[in-house]
Design a binder for this molecule. Structure first.
Ligand SMILES: Nc1ncnc2c1ncn2[C@@H]1O[C@H](COP(=O)(O)OP(=O)(O)O)[C@@H](O)[C@H]1O
Ligand SMILES: [Mg+2]
Length: 285
């Protein structure tokens, strides 16, 4: 892609406007941490097929604050991925709206970065080239790309594997690449849909710790969908507990304690037990 001219929604920006693609967090620098960044208003998503109509989400409203990690937990099929897809702009709600920094979002945009459960990496590129992909598209010069990828490869424990190919990596390492690739862009919001769902329990715990470490060095706004209550309590500032479909908000928990948290502490165990017992009550299987 040409570096000199990017066309965004019919307007032309030259390379001095690069901030739009590779530092979209700066678009919302006027919003203080702790204030609403993403606002979900009266969301309804109804899927219609020839055979049936499914109301996945109905009249759902929630605000996500700048700089927080919010987890969404709820029974399988309650609408978690649907909500995330609406925020990503990949799915249009049947009614209601999503505002980011007060602007209605109607399409996918570089202010929202995604981390996928199946990694979605480019197998023909090296680890470093995967991490730098978005910067390349944004026309960031090679030297800066290298400097930024060095930092994120290190933060995710991947420095030694910079030149490796994707097929040479374990699942846990692939997901580290996925996280580095999203974080390096400094998107205003990072969306993760069960990012550790394909990993074994031990690798999963290690990746959760890596994510906590990265967040210590720079604040990010993250919406994290998971079916693991333990994971949600370990990672999040707030946990949004949803009912069975169509998702309504059962509770919003302000998780106490600084990260990294002690999973065996009485407070942690008590919260986990409460949420799990609610989710069991909602299980329709
Ligand atoms: N593309 C689709 N077409 C029809 N129904 C769908 C589609 N995507 C999801 N659904 C249905 O919507 C409901 C919510 O799905 P989803 O958001 O994926 O739930 P979760 O991520 O919480 O498991 C489920 O009943 C699911 O079967
Ligand atoms: Mg899902």
């Amino acid at each position: 892609m040409s570096r000199s001219k990017l066309v965004v929604k019919g307007e032309k920006y030259d390379s001095s406007d690069r901030v739009r693609a590779d530092r979209t967090d700066l678009l919302y620098s006027h919003i203080p941490e702790g204030e609403t960044l993403v606002s979900i208003k009266d969301l309804n998503v109804t899927y219609r097929t020839d055979e049936k109509t499914t109301v996945a989400v109905d009249d759902f409203s929630f605000d996500i604050k700048k700089g927080e990690l919010v987890s969404i937990v709820g029974p399988s099929g309650c609408g978690k991925s649907t909500i995330l897809r609406c925020i990503s702009g990949l799915l249009q709600p049947t009614s209601g709206e999503i505002l980011i920094g007060g602007n209605k979002c109607t399409t996918a945009g570089s202010d929202r970065g995604m981390v996928f459960q199946d990694f979605a990496l480019f197998p023909w590129r090296s680890v470093r080239k995967n991490v730098e992909f978005g910067l390349e598209i944004a026309g960031v010069p090679k030297e800066e790309r290298q400097e930024r990828s060095d930092r994120y490869l290190k933060a995710m424990g991947l420095s030694e594997f910079a030149d490796s190919r994707i097929h040479e990596l374990s699942g846990g390492m692939k997901q580290r690449v996925g996280i580095a690739r999203a974080m390096i862009m400094h998107p205003a919001v990072i969306l993760m849909d069960e990012p550790f769902g394909a990993l074994d329990a031990q690798t999963r715990n290690i990746l959760q710790e890596s994510l906590v470490n990265v967040l210590k060095t720079s604040s990010r706004t993250i919406v994290f969908v998971t079916h693991s209550v333990d994971e949600a309590l370990f990672l999040s500032d707030r946990v949004l507990v949803l009912s069975k479909r169509p998702a309504t908000i059962h509770t919003v928990i302000d998780v106490p304690g600084e990260r990294p948290r002690d999973r065996a502490s009485p407070e942690f165990t008590k919260l986990r037990r409460e949420i799990l017992s609610y989710l069991e009550s909602q299980n329709t299987l």
